[in-house]
Design a protein around this ligand. Structure first.
Ligand SMILES: *[C@@H]1O[C@H](CO)[C@@H](O)[C@H](O)[C@H]1NC(C)=O
Ligand SMILES: *[C@@H]1O[C@H](CO)[C@@H](O)[C@H](O)[C@H]1NC(C)=O
Length: 549
Protein backbone atom coordinates (compact mmCIF):
# COMPACT_ATOMS: atom_id res chain seq x y z
CA UNK A 1 0.00 0.00 0.00
CA UNK A 2 1.64 3.16 -1.13
CA UNK A 3 1.67 6.76 -0.12
CA UNK A 4 -0.86 9.15 -1.49
CA UNK A 5 -0.82 11.33 -4.55
CA UNK A 6 1.06 14.60 -4.94
CA UNK A 7 -0.41 17.28 -2.80
CA UNK A 8 -1.95 19.44 -5.46
CA UNK A 9 -3.94 16.72 -7.15
CA UNK A 10 -7.60 17.16 -6.35
CA UNK A 11 -8.82 14.19 -4.40
CA UNK A 12 -12.18 12.95 -5.56
CA UNK A 13 -13.88 12.23 -2.25
CA UNK A 14 -12.56 14.69 0.29
CA UNK A 15 -9.93 17.31 0.83
CA UNK A 16 -6.53 15.96 1.59
CA UNK A 17 -6.11 18.14 4.58
CA UNK A 18 -3.56 17.09 7.13
CA UNK A 19 -3.51 18.18 10.69
CA UNK A 20 -2.24 21.67 11.11
CA UNK A 21 -0.85 22.66 14.42
CA UNK A 22 -2.70 24.29 17.18
CA UNK A 23 -0.51 24.05 20.17
CA UNK A 24 -1.31 24.77 23.74
CA UNK A 25 1.58 24.26 26.09
CA UNK A 26 1.41 24.59 29.77
CA UNK A 27 4.32 24.53 32.11
CA UNK A 28 3.62 23.96 35.75
CA UNK A 29 6.62 23.77 38.01
CA UNK A 30 5.24 23.23 41.49
CA UNK A 31 6.35 23.22 45.12
CA UNK A 32 7.58 26.71 45.90
CA UNK A 33 8.74 25.66 49.31
CA UNK A 34 11.48 23.53 47.80
CA UNK A 35 12.98 26.37 45.79
CA UNK A 36 16.75 26.43 45.83
CA UNK A 37 19.69 25.82 43.54
CA UNK A 38 19.04 22.08 43.24
CA UNK A 39 15.30 22.66 43.01
CA UNK A 40 13.77 20.55 40.27
CA UNK A 41 10.31 21.85 39.41
CA UNK A 42 7.56 19.62 38.17
CA UNK A 43 6.91 20.48 34.57
CA UNK A 44 3.73 20.04 32.62
CA UNK A 45 3.57 20.79 28.91
CA UNK A 46 0.27 20.66 27.11
CA UNK A 47 0.09 20.74 23.35
CA UNK A 48 -3.12 20.58 21.35
CA UNK A 49 -3.52 20.14 17.65
CA UNK A 50 -5.91 21.72 15.32
CA UNK A 51 -7.13 18.48 13.91
CA UNK A 52 -7.74 19.99 10.52
CA UNK A 53 -10.47 17.57 9.67
CA UNK A 54 -11.87 19.44 6.71
CA UNK A 55 -14.25 22.20 7.50
CA UNK A 56 -15.41 20.70 10.75
CA UNK A 57 -12.25 21.68 12.54
CA UNK A 58 -13.15 25.14 13.80
CA UNK A 59 -11.93 24.33 17.30
CA UNK A 60 -8.92 26.54 17.26
CA UNK A 61 -10.36 29.94 17.83
CA UNK A 62 -12.89 28.61 20.36
CA UNK A 63 -10.09 27.26 22.52
CA UNK A 64 -8.48 30.64 22.77
CA UNK A 65 -11.63 32.21 24.03
CA UNK A 66 -12.03 29.92 27.00
CA UNK A 67 -11.88 31.58 30.36
CA UNK A 68 -9.24 29.10 31.54
CA UNK A 69 -6.71 29.89 28.88
CA UNK A 70 -7.51 33.59 29.11
CA UNK A 71 -6.79 33.42 32.81
CA UNK A 72 -3.47 31.72 32.18
CA UNK A 73 -2.61 34.63 29.94
CA UNK A 74 -3.63 37.18 32.56
CA UNK A 75 -1.59 35.49 35.25
CA UNK A 76 1.41 34.67 33.13
CA UNK A 77 3.85 36.01 30.61
CA UNK A 78 2.55 36.23 27.08
CA UNK A 79 4.73 35.86 24.02
CA UNK A 80 3.53 37.72 20.96
CA UNK A 81 6.19 36.64 18.47
CA UNK A 82 6.26 32.95 19.20
CA UNK A 83 6.95 30.85 16.14
CA UNK A 84 6.40 27.22 15.26
CA UNK A 85 9.39 25.47 13.73
CA UNK A 86 7.38 23.97 10.90
CA UNK A 87 3.84 24.36 9.64
CA UNK A 88 2.76 20.69 10.00
CA UNK A 89 2.77 18.08 12.76
CA UNK A 90 5.60 15.62 12.25
CA UNK A 91 8.42 18.13 11.64
CA UNK A 92 7.07 20.65 14.10
CA UNK A 93 6.94 18.05 16.86
CA UNK A 94 10.36 16.70 15.98
CA UNK A 95 11.75 20.22 16.29
CA UNK A 96 9.86 20.75 19.53
CA UNK A 97 11.18 17.52 21.07
CA UNK A 98 14.80 18.03 19.98
CA UNK A 99 15.19 21.83 19.92
CA UNK A 100 16.49 21.50 16.38
CA UNK A 101 15.13 22.26 12.95
CA UNK A 102 13.44 19.07 11.76
CA UNK A 103 15.77 18.95 8.76
CA UNK A 104 18.67 18.20 11.10
CA UNK A 105 17.05 14.93 12.17
CA UNK A 106 15.71 14.07 8.72
CA UNK A 107 12.16 14.65 9.97
CA UNK A 108 11.15 17.18 7.36
CA UNK A 109 9.95 16.76 3.81
CA UNK A 110 12.62 16.05 1.23
CA UNK A 111 10.47 13.97 -1.12
CA UNK A 112 7.15 15.74 -0.91
CA UNK A 113 5.82 13.81 2.09
CA UNK A 114 5.52 16.22 4.95
CA UNK A 115 4.19 13.99 7.72
CA UNK A 116 4.31 10.30 8.58
CA UNK A 117 1.34 8.57 6.98
CA UNK A 118 1.13 5.17 8.69
CA UNK A 119 1.94 3.48 11.98
CA UNK A 120 3.31 0.77 9.72
CA UNK A 121 5.95 2.97 8.06
CA UNK A 122 9.62 2.80 8.99
CA UNK A 123 10.43 6.52 9.27
CA UNK A 124 10.57 8.28 12.60
CA UNK A 125 12.61 10.24 15.07
CA UNK A 126 16.10 8.68 14.85
CA UNK A 127 17.59 6.90 17.83
CA UNK A 128 20.54 9.26 18.05
CA UNK A 129 18.34 12.34 18.53
CA UNK A 130 17.99 13.50 22.13
CA UNK A 131 14.63 14.71 23.39
CA UNK A 132 14.21 16.95 26.40
CA UNK A 133 12.51 13.97 28.04
CA UNK A 134 15.69 11.91 27.82
CA UNK A 135 17.76 14.66 29.42
CA UNK A 136 15.29 15.12 32.26
CA UNK A 137 15.00 11.37 32.71
CA UNK A 138 18.76 11.35 33.35
CA UNK A 139 18.22 14.17 35.84
CA UNK A 140 16.00 11.91 37.91
CA UNK A 141 12.68 13.02 36.47
CA UNK A 142 9.75 10.68 35.99
CA UNK A 143 8.84 11.41 32.37
CA UNK A 144 5.49 10.77 30.75
CA UNK A 145 3.87 11.31 27.37
CA UNK A 146 0.12 11.22 27.16
CA UNK A 147 -1.59 11.72 23.82
CA UNK A 148 -0.27 11.95 20.34
CA UNK A 149 3.24 11.01 19.23
CA UNK A 150 3.40 11.02 15.39
CA UNK A 151 7.16 10.42 15.39
CA UNK A 152 7.14 6.84 14.11
CA UNK A 153 7.04 3.44 15.79
CA UNK A 154 9.14 0.68 14.24
CA UNK A 155 12.22 0.25 12.06
CA UNK A 156 12.49 -3.41 11.12
CA UNK A 157 9.96 -5.49 12.99
CA UNK A 158 6.53 -5.07 14.49
CA UNK A 159 7.89 -4.91 18.02
CA UNK A 160 11.31 -3.22 17.77
CA UNK A 161 9.68 0.12 18.69
CA UNK A 162 12.84 1.96 17.67
CA UNK A 163 11.00 5.28 17.30
CA UNK A 164 8.63 4.69 20.20
CA UNK A 165 8.37 7.31 22.99
CA UNK A 166 9.74 4.78 25.49
CA UNK A 167 12.93 4.72 23.43
CA UNK A 168 13.06 8.49 23.39
CA UNK A 169 13.29 9.28 27.06
CA UNK A 170 9.73 8.76 28.22
CA UNK A 171 9.15 6.35 31.13
CA UNK A 172 5.47 6.17 30.44
CA UNK A 173 3.39 6.46 27.29
CA UNK A 174 -0.32 6.34 26.85
CA UNK A 175 -1.90 7.52 23.62
CA UNK A 176 -1.76 7.43 19.86
CA UNK A 177 1.53 6.55 18.20
CA UNK A 178 0.03 8.20 15.10
CA UNK A 179 -2.27 11.19 14.82
CA UNK A 180 -5.97 11.66 14.42
CA UNK A 181 -7.09 11.51 10.82
CA UNK A 182 -10.66 11.61 9.61
CA UNK A 183 -10.64 7.83 9.14
CA UNK A 184 -10.55 7.51 12.94
CA UNK A 185 -14.08 8.82 12.96
CA UNK A 186 -16.27 6.14 11.42
CA UNK A 187 -18.51 7.68 8.84
CA UNK A 188 -16.36 10.75 8.15
CA UNK A 189 -14.84 11.15 4.71
CA UNK A 190 -11.49 9.36 4.54
CA UNK A 191 -8.28 11.35 4.46
CA UNK A 192 -5.16 9.19 4.27
CA UNK A 193 -6.80 6.74 1.93
CA UNK A 194 -8.26 9.40 -0.28
CA UNK A 195 -5.68 9.34 -3.04
CA UNK A 196 -5.07 5.62 -2.90
CA UNK A 197 -8.74 4.79 -2.45
CA UNK A 198 -9.58 7.33 -5.12
CA UNK A 199 -7.31 5.63 -7.61
CA UNK A 200 -8.67 2.20 -6.77
CA UNK A 201 -12.22 3.49 -7.08
CA UNK A 202 -11.51 5.13 -10.41
CA UNK A 203 -9.87 1.95 -11.73
CA UNK A 204 -12.84 -0.08 -10.50
CA UNK A 205 -15.27 2.18 -12.32
CA UNK A 206 -13.26 2.25 -15.55
CA UNK A 207 -12.86 -1.50 -15.55
CA UNK A 208 -16.51 -2.10 -14.75
CA UNK A 209 -17.45 0.15 -17.66
CA UNK A 210 -15.07 -1.78 -19.92
CA UNK A 211 -16.44 -5.13 -18.86
CA UNK A 212 -20.05 -3.99 -19.32
CA UNK A 213 -19.25 -2.62 -22.79
CA UNK A 214 -17.57 -5.84 -23.85
CA UNK A 215 -20.38 -7.93 -22.38
CA UNK A 216 -22.98 -5.81 -24.20
CA UNK A 217 -21.00 -6.01 -27.44
CA UNK A 218 -20.73 -9.76 -27.13
CA UNK A 219 -24.45 -10.16 -26.34
CA UNK A 220 -25.34 -8.13 -29.41
CA UNK A 221 -22.88 -10.15 -31.46
CA UNK A 222 -20.74 -7.10 -32.28
CA UNK A 223 -17.51 -8.49 -30.84
CA UNK A 224 -16.25 -12.00 -30.43
CA UNK A 225 -14.40 -12.64 -27.21
CA UNK A 226 -14.74 -15.77 -25.13
CA UNK A 227 -17.08 -15.48 -22.11
CA UNK A 228 -14.17 -16.78 -20.06
CA UNK A 229 -12.43 -13.48 -20.70
CA UNK A 230 -15.48 -11.45 -19.70
CA UNK A 231 -15.87 -13.37 -16.43
CA UNK A 232 -12.15 -13.08 -15.73
CA UNK A 233 -12.30 -9.32 -16.18
CA UNK A 234 -15.43 -9.12 -14.03
CA UNK A 235 -13.64 -10.95 -11.19
CA UNK A 236 -10.81 -8.45 -11.46
CA UNK A 237 -13.33 -5.63 -11.08
CA UNK A 238 -14.62 -7.33 -7.94
CA UNK A 239 -11.09 -7.64 -6.60
CA UNK A 240 -10.44 -3.94 -7.15
CA UNK A 241 -13.74 -3.10 -5.55
CA UNK A 242 -12.78 -5.24 -2.57
CA UNK A 243 -9.40 -3.53 -2.19
CA UNK A 244 -10.97 -0.13 -2.44
CA UNK A 245 -13.47 -1.06 0.23
CA UNK A 246 -10.80 -2.54 2.47
CA UNK A 247 -8.51 0.45 2.04
CA UNK A 248 -11.16 2.56 3.71
CA UNK A 249 -11.79 0.33 6.69
CA UNK A 250 -8.25 -0.73 7.34
CA UNK A 251 -6.84 2.75 7.58
CA UNK A 252 -8.84 3.17 10.73
CA UNK A 253 -7.80 -0.21 12.10
CA UNK A 254 -4.14 0.37 11.32
CA UNK A 255 -3.67 4.01 12.18
CA UNK A 256 -6.24 4.84 14.82
CA UNK A 257 -4.91 2.92 17.80
CA UNK A 258 -4.08 3.54 21.43
CA UNK A 259 -1.03 2.16 23.17
CA UNK A 260 -0.06 1.93 26.80
CA UNK A 261 3.72 1.75 26.91
CA UNK A 262 4.64 -1.04 24.48
CA UNK A 263 1.18 -2.60 24.23
CA UNK A 264 -1.59 -1.83 21.78
CA UNK A 265 -4.62 -1.52 24.03
CA UNK A 266 -7.33 -0.28 21.69
CA UNK A 267 -7.51 -1.09 17.99
CA UNK A 268 -9.26 0.63 16.40
CA UNK A 269 -9.78 3.24 19.07
CA UNK A 270 -13.21 4.39 20.11
CA UNK A 271 -12.88 8.10 19.61
CA UNK A 272 -15.75 9.13 21.85
CA UNK A 273 -13.97 7.92 24.98
CA UNK A 274 -10.43 8.95 24.08
CA UNK A 275 -10.46 12.47 25.50
CA UNK A 276 -11.72 11.19 28.83
CA UNK A 277 -9.15 8.40 28.90
CA UNK A 278 -6.35 10.83 28.18
CA UNK A 279 -7.30 13.34 30.85
CA UNK A 280 -7.74 10.47 33.32
CA UNK A 281 -4.28 9.20 32.45
CA UNK A 282 -2.77 12.66 32.84
CA UNK A 283 -4.33 13.16 36.27
CA UNK A 284 -3.28 9.76 37.43
CA UNK A 285 0.29 10.34 36.23
CA UNK A 286 0.43 13.60 38.18
CA UNK A 287 -0.98 11.96 41.27
CA UNK A 288 1.50 9.09 41.06
CA UNK A 289 4.44 11.42 40.67
CA UNK A 290 3.34 14.41 42.69
CA UNK A 291 6.30 14.35 45.08
CA UNK A 292 8.33 14.93 41.93
CA UNK A 293 10.22 15.74 40.04
CA UNK A 294 8.15 14.89 37.00
CA UNK A 295 7.89 16.01 33.42
CA UNK A 296 4.58 15.36 31.77
CA UNK A 297 3.96 16.14 28.13
CA UNK A 298 0.27 16.02 27.36
CA UNK A 299 -0.05 16.03 23.62
CA UNK A 300 -3.74 16.27 23.02
CA UNK A 301 -5.58 14.78 20.12
CA UNK A 302 -8.44 17.09 20.39
CA UNK A 303 -8.76 20.73 21.01
CA UNK A 304 -11.75 20.42 23.24
CA UNK A 305 -9.67 18.61 25.77
CA UNK A 306 -7.35 21.32 26.97
CA UNK A 307 -10.17 23.24 28.60
CA UNK A 308 -11.16 20.27 30.64
CA UNK A 309 -7.63 19.18 31.38
CA UNK A 310 -6.43 22.61 32.27
CA UNK A 311 -9.25 23.11 34.69
CA UNK A 312 -8.55 19.82 36.34
CA UNK A 313 -4.85 20.45 36.60
CA UNK A 314 -5.46 23.84 38.09
CA UNK A 315 -7.63 22.30 40.77
CA UNK A 316 -4.97 19.73 41.59
CA UNK A 317 -2.02 22.00 41.84
CA UNK A 318 -3.27 25.04 43.72
CA UNK A 319 -0.48 24.99 46.25
CA UNK A 320 2.46 25.13 43.94
CA UNK A 321 4.38 27.38 41.70
CA UNK A 322 3.25 27.37 38.15
CA UNK A 323 4.70 28.24 34.83
CA UNK A 324 2.21 27.89 32.09
CA UNK A 325 2.91 28.10 28.48
CA UNK A 326 0.08 28.21 26.07
CA UNK A 327 0.94 28.23 22.47
CA UNK A 328 -1.42 28.18 19.65
CA UNK A 329 -0.98 27.88 16.00
CA UNK A 330 -2.94 30.55 14.30
CA UNK A 331 -4.71 28.54 11.70
CA UNK A 332 -7.17 31.23 10.84
CA UNK A 333 -5.06 33.41 8.59
CA UNK A 334 -3.97 31.59 5.48
CA UNK A 335 -3.97 28.01 4.37
CA UNK A 336 -2.60 25.11 6.35
CA UNK A 337 0.97 24.12 5.93
CA UNK A 338 2.35 27.53 4.96
CA UNK A 339 5.98 27.69 5.86
CA UNK A 340 6.65 31.38 5.74
CA UNK A 341 3.67 33.68 6.22
CA UNK A 342 2.95 34.75 9.76
CA UNK A 343 -0.51 33.17 9.64
CA UNK A 344 1.02 29.73 9.15
CA UNK A 345 3.65 29.79 11.86
CA UNK A 346 2.97 32.39 14.50
CA UNK A 347 1.64 30.93 17.71
CA UNK A 348 0.49 32.60 20.91
CA UNK A 349 2.55 31.53 23.89
CA UNK A 350 1.81 31.91 27.57
CA UNK A 351 3.98 30.97 30.53
CA UNK A 352 2.48 31.01 33.96
CA UNK A 353 4.56 30.66 37.09
CA UNK A 354 3.10 32.72 39.94
CA UNK A 355 5.69 34.02 42.33
CA UNK A 356 8.46 33.74 39.78
CA UNK A 357 7.14 35.24 36.57
CA UNK A 358 5.32 38.57 36.58
CA UNK A 359 1.60 38.40 35.85
CA UNK A 360 0.26 40.03 32.74
CA UNK A 361 3.65 40.71 31.21
CA UNK A 362 3.88 40.75 27.43
CA UNK A 363 7.08 39.86 25.58
CA UNK A 364 7.30 41.04 22.02
CA UNK A 365 10.60 39.37 21.24
CA UNK A 366 10.84 36.68 18.56
CA UNK A 367 10.85 33.24 20.18
CA UNK A 368 10.50 29.76 18.77
CA UNK A 369 8.74 26.55 19.69
CA UNK A 370 12.23 25.02 19.61
CA UNK A 371 13.06 27.19 22.65
CA UNK A 372 11.00 24.89 24.87
CA UNK A 373 13.77 22.27 24.62
CA UNK A 374 16.59 24.28 26.24
CA UNK A 375 14.12 25.96 28.59
CA UNK A 376 12.85 22.66 29.96
CA UNK A 377 16.38 21.26 30.09
CA UNK A 378 17.55 24.28 32.10
CA UNK A 379 14.60 24.11 34.48
CA UNK A 380 15.36 20.43 35.05
CA UNK A 381 19.01 21.10 35.82
CA UNK A 382 20.31 19.37 32.69
CA UNK A 383 22.62 20.40 29.91
CA UNK A 384 21.76 20.57 26.23
CA UNK A 385 23.82 18.24 24.01
CA UNK A 386 27.12 19.83 23.01
CA UNK A 387 27.85 17.58 20.04
CA UNK A 388 25.22 19.02 17.70
CA UNK A 389 23.56 22.23 16.66
CA UNK A 390 20.66 23.21 18.91
CA UNK A 391 18.47 25.87 17.30
CA UNK A 392 16.37 26.70 20.35
CA UNK A 393 17.47 29.16 23.03
CA UNK A 394 16.45 29.06 26.67
CA UNK A 395 13.57 31.39 27.44
CA UNK A 396 14.37 31.52 31.14
CA UNK A 397 16.34 34.82 31.12
CA UNK A 398 13.71 36.48 28.95
CA UNK A 399 10.79 35.23 31.04
CA UNK A 400 12.38 36.26 34.29
CA UNK A 401 13.13 39.69 32.92
CA UNK A 402 16.92 39.25 33.18
CA UNK A 403 17.30 39.59 29.46
CA UNK A 404 15.64 42.32 27.48
CA UNK A 405 16.05 40.65 24.12
CA UNK A 406 15.44 37.16 22.82
CA UNK A 407 18.59 35.21 22.03
CA UNK A 408 17.42 34.90 18.44
CA UNK A 409 18.78 37.52 16.13
CA UNK A 410 17.66 35.48 13.12
CA UNK A 411 14.96 32.86 12.73
CA UNK A 412 14.59 30.69 9.65
CA UNK A 413 11.27 29.47 8.39
CA UNK A 414 11.16 26.25 6.48
CA UNK A 415 8.51 24.56 4.44
CA UNK A 416 9.79 21.02 4.11
CA UNK A 417 13.42 21.32 3.08
CA UNK A 418 12.83 24.69 1.45
CA UNK A 419 13.73 27.85 3.26
CA UNK A 420 10.73 30.07 2.61
CA UNK A 421 11.51 33.02 4.83
CA UNK A 422 13.84 34.46 7.42
CA UNK A 423 13.39 37.12 10.05
CA UNK A 424 15.92 39.46 11.52
CA UNK A 425 15.46 41.20 14.81
CA UNK A 426 17.88 44.08 14.59
CA UNK A 427 18.63 44.78 18.21
CA UNK A 428 20.19 48.16 17.53
CA UNK A 429 17.20 49.65 15.79
CA UNK A 430 14.65 47.34 17.42
CA UNK A 431 13.12 46.69 14.02
CA UNK A 432 11.87 43.29 13.02
CA UNK A 433 12.48 42.47 9.37
CA UNK A 434 11.07 39.57 7.47
CA UNK A 435 12.30 38.35 4.13
CA UNK A 436 10.30 35.96 1.94
CA UNK A 437 12.12 33.94 -0.69
CA UNK A 438 9.27 31.63 -1.58
CA UNK A 439 5.54 32.01 -0.95
CA UNK A 440 2.67 29.67 -1.73
CA UNK A 441 0.34 30.83 -4.47
CA UNK A 442 -2.99 31.79 -3.02
CA UNK A 443 -6.29 31.15 -4.64
CA UNK A 444 -7.75 34.46 -5.85
CA UNK A 445 -11.20 33.63 -4.54
CA UNK A 446 -10.68 31.60 -1.39
CA UNK A 447 -9.59 33.88 1.44
CA UNK A 448 -6.06 32.75 2.15
CA UNK A 449 -6.56 29.30 0.65
CA UNK A 450 -3.79 27.75 -1.38
CA UNK A 451 -4.10 26.47 -4.91
CA UNK A 452 -5.19 22.88 -5.19
CA UNK A 453 -6.54 21.10 -2.16
CA UNK A 454 -5.32 20.63 1.34
CA UNK A 455 -1.86 21.69 2.39
CA UNK A 456 -0.09 24.62 0.87
CA UNK A 457 2.78 23.28 -1.21
CA UNK A 458 6.43 23.98 -0.35
CA UNK A 459 7.74 23.87 -3.92
CA UNK A 460 6.72 23.31 -7.51
CA UNK A 461 4.11 25.15 -9.53
CA UNK A 462 2.11 26.02 -6.41
CA UNK A 463 4.73 28.45 -5.11
CA UNK A 464 6.21 31.74 -6.26
CA UNK A 465 9.96 32.37 -6.00
CA UNK A 466 10.78 35.97 -5.26
CA UNK A 467 13.86 37.53 -6.73
CA UNK A 468 14.41 40.05 -5.30
CA UNK A 469 12.82 38.64 -2.14
CA UNK A 470 9.82 40.29 -0.50
CA UNK A 471 10.77 42.43 2.46
CA UNK A 472 8.45 43.47 5.29
CA UNK A 473 8.95 45.49 8.42
CA UNK A 474 6.99 43.43 10.94
CA UNK A 475 7.44 46.05 13.65
CA UNK A 476 5.16 48.39 11.73
CA UNK A 477 3.36 45.89 9.51
CA UNK A 478 2.71 42.71 11.48
CA UNK A 479 0.21 41.38 8.95
CA UNK A 480 2.72 41.60 6.11
CA UNK A 481 0.47 43.77 4.01
CA UNK A 482 3.01 46.21 2.56
CA UNK A 483 6.12 44.83 0.90
CA UNK A 484 8.90 47.40 1.05
CA UNK A 485 10.53 48.72 -2.09
CA UNK A 486 14.09 49.99 -2.61
CA UNK A 487 12.72 53.46 -3.35
CA UNK A 488 10.64 53.78 -0.18
CA UNK A 489 12.86 51.96 2.29
CA UNK A 490 16.39 53.36 2.56
CA UNK A 491 17.62 50.24 4.39
CA UNK A 492 16.20 47.87 1.77
CA UNK A 493 19.51 46.76 0.27
CA UNK A 494 21.37 46.62 3.56
CA UNK A 495 18.71 44.49 5.25
CA UNK A 496 18.53 42.02 2.38
CA UNK A 497 22.31 41.70 2.32
CA UNK A 498 22.52 41.12 6.08
CA UNK A 499 19.80 38.46 6.00
CA UNK A 500 21.40 36.79 2.96
CA UNK A 501 24.62 36.51 4.91
CA UNK A 502 22.84 35.01 7.92
CA UNK A 503 21.10 32.49 5.64
CA UNK A 504 24.45 31.49 4.15
CA UNK A 505 25.93 31.01 7.63
CA UNK A 506 22.87 29.03 8.73
CA UNK A 507 23.07 26.80 5.66
CA UNK A 508 26.66 25.91 6.52
CA UNK A 509 25.42 24.39 9.81
CA UNK A 510 23.13 21.92 8.02
CA UNK A 511 24.50 18.54 7.11
CA UNK A 512 22.75 15.77 5.20
CA UNK A 513 21.13 13.04 7.32
CA UNK A 514 19.06 10.00 6.32
CA UNK A 515 15.61 11.29 5.30
CA UNK A 516 12.86 9.87 7.50
CA UNK A 517 10.04 10.98 5.21
CA UNK A 518 11.31 9.33 2.03
CA UNK A 519 8.79 7.24 0.02
CA UNK A 520 10.51 4.04 1.16
CA UNK A 521 10.16 4.93 4.82
CA UNK A 522 6.71 6.46 4.49
CA UNK A 523 5.23 3.39 2.77
CA UNK A 524 3.06 1.06 4.83
CA UNK A 525 4.72 -2.29 5.55
CA UNK A 526 2.59 -5.15 6.87
CA UNK A 527 5.45 -6.49 9.02
CA UNK A 528 5.77 -3.17 10.85
CA UNK A 529 2.09 -2.69 11.59
CA UNK A 530 1.45 -2.52 15.35
CA UNK A 531 -1.28 -5.03 15.98
CA UNK A 532 -3.11 -6.69 18.81
CA UNK A 533 -4.66 -10.01 17.87
CA UNK A 534 -4.08 -11.58 14.48
CA UNK A 535 -2.79 -9.54 11.61
CA UNK A 536 -4.50 -8.18 9.52
CA UNK A 537 -7.60 -8.45 11.68
CA UNK A 538 -5.95 -6.61 14.56
CA UNK A 539 -8.55 -5.90 17.15
CA UNK A 540 -8.80 -5.18 20.84
CA UNK A 541 -10.65 -2.77 23.07
CA UNK A 542 -9.83 -1.02 26.26
CA UNK A 543 -10.29 -3.02 29.44
CA UNK A 544 -13.75 -2.38 30.90
CA UNK A 545 -12.40 -1.18 34.23
CA UNK A 546 -10.78 1.81 32.57
CA UNK A 547 -13.84 2.63 30.50
CA UNK A 548 -15.98 2.97 33.57
CA UNK A 549 -13.45 5.07 35.42
C1 LIG B 1 -13.24 30.31 13.92
O1 LIG B 1 -12.50 29.57 13.00
C2 LIG B 1 -13.21 29.12 11.89
C3 LIG B 1 -12.26 28.40 11.00
O2 LIG B 1 -11.51 27.48 11.64
C4 LIG B 1 -13.86 30.24 11.14
O3 LIG B 1 -14.68 29.69 10.13
C5 LIG B 1 -14.67 31.07 12.06
O4 LIG B 1 -15.14 32.19 11.36
C6 LIG B 1 -13.84 31.51 13.23
N1 LIG B 1 -14.67 32.27 14.11
C7 LIG B 1 -14.39 33.50 14.46
C8 LIG B 1 -15.37 34.17 15.33
O5 LIG B 1 -13.37 34.04 14.09
C1 LIG C 1 22.56 10.39 13.65
O1 LIG C 1 23.00 9.43 12.72
C2 LIG C 1 23.04 9.86 11.35
C3 LIG C 1 23.54 8.73 10.50
O2 LIG C 1 22.84 7.59 10.71
C4 LIG C 1 23.96 11.04 11.21
O3 LIG C 1 23.91 11.50 9.88
C5 LIG C 1 23.52 12.15 12.15
O4 LIG C 1 24.42 13.22 12.09
C6 LIG C 1 23.45 11.63 13.57
N1 LIG C 1 22.89 12.67 14.43
C7 LIG C 1 23.43 13.00 15.58
C8 LIG C 1 22.74 14.05 16.34
O5 LIG C 1 24.44 12.50 16.01
Amino acid sequence: MGPTAPRRRAAPAARESLPGLLTVCLLLPTCASKAGPAFKPNILLIMADDLGIGDLGCYGNDTLRTPNIDRLAEEGVRLTQHLAAAPVCTPSRAAFLTGRHALRSGMDATHGYRVLRWNGGSGGLPQNETTFARILQRQGYATGLIGKWHQGVNCESRTDHCHHPLNHGFDYFYGMPFTLVSECHPGWPPQVAVALGGRLWLSTQMMALGVLTVAAGKTLGLISVPWKFVWGAASLVLLFFGSWFASLGFVRRWNCILMRNHDVVEQPMALESTARLLSGEALSFIQRHKPGPFLLFVSLLHVHVPLMTTKEFQGKSQHGLYGDNVEEMDGLVGGKGMGGWEGGIRVPGIFRWPGVLPAGRVIQEPTSLMDIFPTVVQLGGGQVPQDRVIDGRSLVPLLQGEAEHSAHEFLFHYCGEHLHAARWHDKDSGRLWKVHYVTPRLHPEGAGACYGHGLCPCSGPGVTHHDPPLLFDLSGDPSEAQPLAPGSEPLYGAVLARVEQAVREHRRTLSPVPPQLSPGRIAWKPWLQPCCGHFPFCSCSQDPALREA
